[in-house]
Design a binder for this molecule. Structure first.
Ligand code: HEC
Ligand code: HEC
Length: 499
């Protein structure tokens, strides 16, 4: 019996990591002298993670480590549970954080001081409006206006380049008129930036056995004339289960998978996104292009750009209003009280505690879907959708510390071909690259969101469509899928549905 785990995870190229760390200054060290664990531990971990064809690895039953959620009532609340075993103090923060996540913000000035500051331009009044039940956002079911959870990001090339000397950096800045994204809503007295829409054109694709499916290709209309220089990227809200565990993976463990020159010749490269931050370049891992390095920044960024709420990380009360949007800049904001910013540090911490504490539900039908799992490996899916990690040691956080987790992602960037390209770079990610999204809990999508739409803009109406959209570095894997007999395709999909 062979080990299905591709060689490049078990035999990390030390030279590749060192080169990347050096050029990028990640971890601020001249050499990666801080392995997340000893040689002995690394060997033990590799043995424990082994995936042997036809056999279930018992750790697979706990995709979220010891905090995995077992036997919940299946339903739309499935992604709203705290890590199993959370202590009372942490649970208190989790519950208060949930209130922040679900709170509906109101425009300033308002008598409810603690909740004012919305906008003036915004996309949604709460986090939960875009991440319903902490699941992925609602996708368009057909032609028409974009739903609130599908946003259009904007940028223009920045001739000034990157401030921190990151190799292969593709510098951009917000659109000078409309900012970072199109805000589709506004407080009374202000005009929303636009009402974008989408229409789809259908293209039939045939499997080798003759079955035909149709892919819907979106054509977006920003709803407002944009300058010729403006680049647009559609993004749907991703599901949030397990976010704190992803944050607990050591940088070095992700960087091990990079192979920018494809030295192992498997057609799959895998590049790290590197983000300039106040403390120097950092490895990106959140968002569809891994454009955000830390969960704290991701949360503060969402408050600021999606809801128009300032916080200690983004202190301006006007959110995404640009210098040309003067009325919006001059408006009353919600930061004229002891909070200092519309969301204070404590509010940000609590929201972060909530997002960090979300549990991953247990597998359903893991033993019945082993053949599909083996096909997933044999087809090369696992090359990018890397099954397992052991998280860093976090002394104060036992539920996230040194846990074996199964997110099925390498958290790296891959060229996915012209069909999926948004042609809008983000830090080091090109207009054709996307971060491999985690696949854990993807089988619970319909249960939580009431619909099963996938990929960065929700264009895929089924898991099968999502796979067939793969191109670029994933062409070989996609073609193997197109040539599988129907029972094998069904087995592969059943595996995904068991996650
Ligand atoms: C207008 C819709 C919208 C709102 C409101 C919103 N989000 Fe999101 N969220 C998104 C989108 C779209 C992405 C993907 C962003 C990207 O690709 O850069 C995202 C990404 C995330 C991620 C990273 C997920 C991952 O897989 O890497 C987290 C965490 C997150 N949001 C938390 C929040 C929190 C907390 C709030 C409230 C403060 C919030 N979001 C409000 C749309 C929204
Ligand atoms: C070269 C790397 C690579 C390979 C190989 C690969 N994927 Fe992916 N996969 C990605 C990336 C990147 C995305 C996100 C693309 C996007 O959203 O535009 C993705 C998206 C997905 C999604 C949708 C996830 C979501 O959250 O919407 C599924 C399901 C999926 N892949 C399954 C598979 C399966 C099954 C295989 C094997 C047949 C496979 N992938 C092979 C990189 C890869």
């Amino acid at each position: 019996m062979s080990n299905l785990t591709p060689a490049r995870w078990t035999k990390p190229s030390k030279a590749a990591i060192a080169a990347l760390l050096l050029t990028a200054g990640v971890l601020g060290a001249a050499e990666p002298d801080q392995p997340p664990r000893t040689k002995f531990e690394a060997a033990r971990i590799a043995a424990a993670m082994r995936v042997v064809p036809g056999e279930l690895n018992p750790f697979e039953l706990n995709p979220g480590g010891r905090g995995t959620l077992h036997r919940p009532t299946p339903g739309p609340e499935l992604f709203k549970h705290p890590l199993t075993g959370m202590n009372d103090a942490a649970r208190m923060d989790f519950v208060l954080g949930q209130a922040m996540f679900e709170k509906l913000w109101v425009p300033a000035p308002s008598s409810t001081k603690a909740s004012d500051g919305l906008g003036p331009l915004y996309n949604a009044r709460s986090c939960a409006m875009c991440h319903p039940g902490n699941g992925r956002g609602i996708a368009p079911t057909g032609d028409g206006p974009l739903p609130v959870s599908l946003v259009l990001r904007l940028s223009v090339a920045d001739p000034l380049g990157d401030p921190q000397g990151i190799q292969d950096y593709l510098a951009t800045r917000p659109d000078p008129d409309l900012g970072t994204q199109i805000q589709t809503d506004a407080a009374t007295g202000f005009t929303p930036e636009a009402q974008p829409g989408v229409r789809y054109s259908e293209t039939p694709i045939a499997f080798a056995d003759g079955q035909v499916i149709s892919l819907r290709r979106p054509i977006y209309d920003a709803g407002n004339p944009l300058s010729a220089q403006t680049m647009v990227s559609p993004r749907i809200a991703p599901p949030l289960a397990g976010m704190g565990l992803i944050a607990a993976i050591a940088d070095a463990d992700i960087l091990v998978g990079t192979d920018p020159e494809d030295t192992d010749g498997n057609g799959v490269s895998g590049r790290a996104n590197l983000i300039p931050t106040p403390t120097g370049p950092a490895l990106g891992r959140f968002g569809w292009k891994a454009g955000v390095a830390s969960l704290r920044t991701q949360v503060a960024d969402a408050f600021f750009h999606d809801i128009g709420i300032s916080s200690p990380l983004f202190p301006q009360g006007w959110g995404d209003c640009t210098e040309t949007q003067t009325a919006c800049r001059m408006a009353l904001h919600g930061d004229d009280d002891p909070r200092g910013t519309e969301l204070d540090a404590q509010g940000l911490d609590l929201t972060l505690a909530y997002v960090t504490g979300l549990a991953v539900p247990a597998r359903t039908g893991a033993t019945e879907t082993l053949r599909g799992r083996d096909l997933f490996h044999a087809t090369g899916c696992a090359t990018c959708h890397r099954p397992a990690y052991v998280t860093e040691r976090l002394p104060d956080d036992p539920l996230r510390s040194f846990q074996m987790i199964w997110p099925y992602s390498d958290f790296l960037l891959h060229d996915m071909g012209e069909g999926l390209a948004d042609n809008r770079p983000e830090h080091r990610a090109t207009g054709r690259e996307w971060r491999t999204p985690p696949l854990w809990s993807i089988g619970k999508t319909e249960l939580v969101s009431g619909m099963g739409f996938y990929l960065h803009d929700g264009r895929a109406r089924s898991l099968t469509e999502a796979i067939v959209w793969h191109g670029g570095e994933a062409t070989a894997a996609r073609d193997l899928f197109l040539h599988m007999p129907k029972p094998d395709r069904d087995a592969l999909i059943a595996f995904l549905e068991s996650l």
